[in-house]
Design a protein around this ligand. Structure first.
Ligand code: ADP
Ligand code: MG
Length: 616
């Protein structure tokens, strides 16, 4: 195998040559203690940057520590995820320092996936007992369209050695901080595991910091924060393997209302619960706040696409006799979108729905006595959520946590009522029940005895990628290979990259068969010609999750979309494939950019894909 010295010499020889000549450095190089793999070399300075990996053995052949991570830090899968996440953050930090040293611009950039507050399974760093692998991108240095060979040599040889030693050698890292992250994440995992047997759906520890820095930042609020303190009647104590017992508020299964005056912290509490499906970094404030892993935040989303969903539990006899047992729409209303989102989450087996009045359709949530008198049941297609919420729990065991400051009608159906006063929770269950007795609503219940059936949906077996026919034409014209999109569409891509301030990460899936994929931000996934709007899918937190979902859709249309299996079966099969292998199963070549996503969010993307058709 050529060495770092060989690479250094090659790069200095390439100085001033045309940028394309960089292609020849693709390959593996033996560095002191580790291997550098140059998997893909960009064709011009403005294209997606080059993709590299380093592989660092834990110990040398002589038994000397190299990466040298103590096996305790990765003795189970949850610890491994926490460790890999930590190393991704360190790698990013060290790479940014190096970059500061070497000036701005894409040229000379070293970038790895950029994690937020959640600790997630990622493909950016992989740790095993044999080795540590990091996957990242590099913008190979250029001046105009010619190679800056000496800079490239400094970057790929000297800087690379510093980077690997500082970010991936255990002896140069803060062992206490790593252990803290690993133990914090493992603790949260165990807390979440205990919820079900304690008949809880969420746990919010005393002292937790729920509010965030701003509407656009997920970091904890620092100024004037009121830490969370559970009312005594809802207090529970759970065990943690590393940090011992912890006390906080347990939200029981069943129907829970969060009430209170405006601006008293209701939505903040629900949002924290929604993200309790994930583990968080230490010092986040929510690192011991956990929620049933199947919880789905539901909201109204008028304009979304709906494909063949049986929304009849909520919506019936629409104008013009439109079917609601197989309801489709390219432009759903607030209420139909919210109904469909609930049914879709139920199809995938959610056990907890999270609903906020702020983002709900009023006519989906309530229909009071007076409106019942004015508009007869026969003329109102909607059965409001209030009339199905108990059936949902009774028939399917699905709990609901609902923020509802605007209607006391829900007191009749609630098991637990939590009031927020100046951000502090109180247990108002008994009071609310007394009030419900005292002031009868005189509503007629409209929901019937049972919730209604869930109907499996079987997608039509066809390419979901809208640009498929165009790609076939390209193929006929003889444009082959991984660079197919280069040239024709490159400029457009570059413009878009620049506009979005994209770091120029490799964003095109280079699988020959796959559609063009691009995760633009957590709110949008470009799939072929279509852009899937994910802005209402609130529990998607990481760009890498969107990339993972994009790859999963391309993967499942090749493997699992057979015209026989239901959407739920298809999605479960993909999740099983990822569980049995790794996220790498979704891509044809190793990508450092994928992050673990849930079945619910994959389904949410598919359900919004306008080219998905359901048999019927
Ligand atoms: P509501 O839904 O009850 O109207 P929000 O949850 O939207 O209220 O909160 C209103 C504001 O109060 C937000 O700016 C939020 O960041 C802030 N906030 C929420 N909880 C706390 C807290 N525990 N300490 C300090 N500020 C908080
Ligand atoms: Mg609110």
């Amino acid at each position: 195998m050529p060495t770092d010295d060989d690479l250094y010499n090659t790069l200095t020889d390439l100085d001033r040559q045309s940028y394309k000549a960089y292609k020849q450095i693709q390959g593996r190089y033996s560095f002191p203690g580790f291997t550098l793999l140059i998997d893909y070399v960009q064709g011009d300075p403005f294209a997606s940057p080059s993709r590299l990996r380093v592989q660092v053995p834990q110990v040398s052949q002589q038994g000397k520590a190299i990466a040298g991570f103590p096996p305790d830090l990765y003795r189970n899968s949850i610890r491994t995820i926490a460790l890999c996440d930590y190393l991704t953050r360190e790698f990013e930090r060290v790479a940014n320092n190096l970059r500061g040293k070497r000036g701005s611009g894409k040229s000379g950039l070293i970038a790895i996936a950029s994690p937020g507050q959640q600790v997630l399974e990622r493909t950016s760093v992989l740790v095993s007992k044999e080795q540590v692998e990091a996957r990242f991108v590099v913008g190979l240095p250029a001046q105009g369209r010619s190679i800056l060979g000496r800079q490239a040599a400094d970057l790929l040889c000297d800087d690379m050695i510093d980077l690997v030693e500082q970010a991936l050698f255990y002896r140069n890292l803060d062992g206490k901080a790593i252990l803290r992250q690993v133990e914090t994440v493992e603790d949260a995992h165990y807390l979440r595991q205990q919820l079900d047997q304690r008949d809880l759906v969420a746990f919010i520890p005393n002292g937790a910091i729920l509010p965030r820095d701003s509407g656009v930042s997920d970091k904890p609020l620092k100024k004037d924060v009121v830490p969370f303190q559970s009312p005594e009647s809802l207090e529970v104590t759970l065990e943690r393997p590393n940090s011992g017992a912890i006390t906080g508020m347990g939200i029981p299964k069943g129907i829970t209302l969060i009430v209170g005056g405006g601006y008293h912290g209701k939505s903040t509490l629900l949002q924290a619960i929604a993200l309790g499906i994930y583990n968080h970094i230490p010092s986040d404030g929510r690192e011991a706040l956990v929620t049933n892993a199947t919880a789905v935040k539901i909201r109204a989303e008028d304009g979304r696409r709906i494909a063949g969903v049986n929304i009849s539990p909520f919506i019936n006899h629409l104008p013009q006799g439109r079917s609601t047992t197989q309801f489709s729409s390219d432009n759903a209303s607030g209420s139909t979108s919210q109904a469909a989102s609930i049914i879709e989450a139920l199809e995938l087996g959610t056990q907890v729905l999270l609903v906020d009045e702020d983002t709900s359709a009023t006519n989906f949530m309530i229909r009071d006595r007076r409106m019942q008198a004015l508009i007869a049941k026969e003329r109102e297609p909607i059965t409001p959520f209030i009339d199905k919420i108990r059936q949902l729990y009774h028939d399917y065991g699905v709990s609901t946590i609902l923020v509802m400051g605007g209607s006391g009608d829900y007191f009749d159906v609630a098991d637990t009522v939590i009031g927020l006063f100046d951000y502090q929770p109180q247990d108002l269950t008994i009071e609310a029940q007394a009030i419900a007795q005292q002031y009868q609503t005189d509503r007629a219940a409209e929901g019937g005895q049972s919730f209604g059936v869930l109907t499996p949906r079987i997608p039509v077996a066809k390419k979901l990628d809208a640009s498929d026919s165009e790609r076939r034409r390209d193929r006929d014209r003889g444009e082959r290979g991984g660079d197919r999109y280069r040239g024709r569409s490159n400029r457009g891509d570059r413009d878009r990259n620049d506009r979005e301030g994209d770091q120029g990460r490799p964003d095109r899936k280079r699988d020959d068969r796959g559609p063009k994929l691009k995760a633009r931000d957590v709110d949008a996934l470009q799939f072929g010609k279509e852009t899937i709007d994910l802005s209402a899918v609130e529990q998607l937190m990481d760009l890498g999750q969107v990339r993972g979902i994009g790859s999963a859709i391309a993967y499942l249309q090749d493997r699992h979309l057979n015209g026989k299996d239901s959407l739920t079966e298809i999605i479960s099969a993909v999740i099983r494939d990822v569980d049995d292998n790794s996220l790498d199963v979704l891509t044809s070549s190793p990508s450092g950019e994928l992050v673990r996503f849930r079945a619910f969010e994959l389904a949410a993307a598919l359900n919004r894909l306008r080219s998905l058709d359901i048999q019927g």
